[in-house]
Design a protein around this ligand. Structure first.
Ligand SMILES: Nc1ncnc2c1ncn2[C@@H]1O[C@H](COP(=O)(O)OP(=O)(O)O)[C@@H](O)[C@H]1O
Ligand SMILES: [Mg+2]
Length: 261
């Protein structure tokens, strides 16, 4: 038992101050790209929208998930689903409004509920846990960020994302890795990069100037296959493995491994 806990999984929190920037897409595809590098990965959906499961599986919607397991006091390990080999995922699950209210009240006190919930999942043998989170500040974002070894803030190469940088620096950055003994840092990841557009290139350059090495050196390019993959309920890596976005996710996974080594 002791041997296992000393080899706990590395935790990666995918966050953003804004919705619709690609957090869920990054979570699913980074998880799969890490699996392609030979790792065992668990993707955890902390967003009540439950979108992650649509990237990872075409299974019929199942209401069970970490939310109902927490309310019942059940171990989370029973709620993980198998996706691709070596990639399990834990959905948030669906709750009635009353139960959702109860669950949201149960998670207000720091990250202990998340650490405890994950303990039975970790014991199954996982190298990486990747958290998808709801947009903007919430207890879910905070718990994932506090526990993370690595925090990735997803931004678009546009003015609206650029102006959120100070907010991230004032808020998320102050508690990032607070409950992690080996925190490696908070980084910004550009998604939907379009090198053909001057504005995108300009914003990327401004981000680079402002953030220095806190900007991930890999940007995920805009790729229609990302949207098509979601329609087919697949990751981009499965849908178009040699496409632009898939190639970028492979590079991102290699950067994550190097950074967390
Ligand atoms: N690199 C990309 N290229 C093209 N479309 C993308 C890319 N990344 C994400 N998308 C699309 O953008 C939309 C929002 O992505 P999603 O991952 O759901 O964002 P979030 O979780 O931040 O709300 C989805 O339709 C998704 O398919
Ligand atoms: Mg999402």
């Amino acid at each position: 038992m002791l041997g296992k806990s000393s080899k706990r999984p590395k935790r990666i929190a995918i966050v953003s101050p804004k919705g619709g920037v690609g957090k869920t897409t990054v979570t699913a595809n980074l998880a799969e790209a890490l699996v392609a590098l030979g790792r065992r990965v668990c993707a955890v959906d902390l967003d009540a929208q439950n979108a992650l499961q649509f990237h990872l599986s075409a299974d019929p919607v199942n209401p069970e998930g970490l939310a109902s397991a927490t309310l019942r006091g059940d171990p989370w390990k029973n709620g993980t689903r198998d996706g691709i080999e070596n990639l399990s995922f834990l959905p948030y699950g669906f709750l009635s409004e009353t139960h959702r209210d109860r669950f949201e009240h149960a998670v207000v006190d720091g990250q202990a509920w998340l650490a405890e919930g994950l303990s039975t999942v970790d014991a199954k043998g996982v190298d990486y846990t990747v958290f998808d989170t709801p947009p903007g500040p919430s207890e879910f974002q905070r718990a994932a960020v506090e526990l993370a070894d690595l925090v990735l803030v997803v931004v678009l190469p546009d003015a609206a994302s650029f102006i959120t940088v100070p907010t991230v620096e004032r808020t998320i950055e102050t508690y990032a890795g607070k409950a992690c003994d080996q925190f490696r840092g908070l980084f910004f990841l550009v998604n939907r990069m379009n090198e053909g557009r001057v504005l995108c290139r300009d914003v990327q350059a401004m981000l680079s100037q402002r953030l220095g090495n806190r900007l991930v050196p890999v940007a995920v390019r805009f790729d229609a296959a990302a949207e098509e993959a979601l329609a087919a309920q697949q990751t981009v890596l499965a849908y178009e493995p040699n496409g632009r976005a898939a190639t970028d996710f492979d590079e991102l996974a290699a950067w994550v491994e190097k950074t967390l080594r």
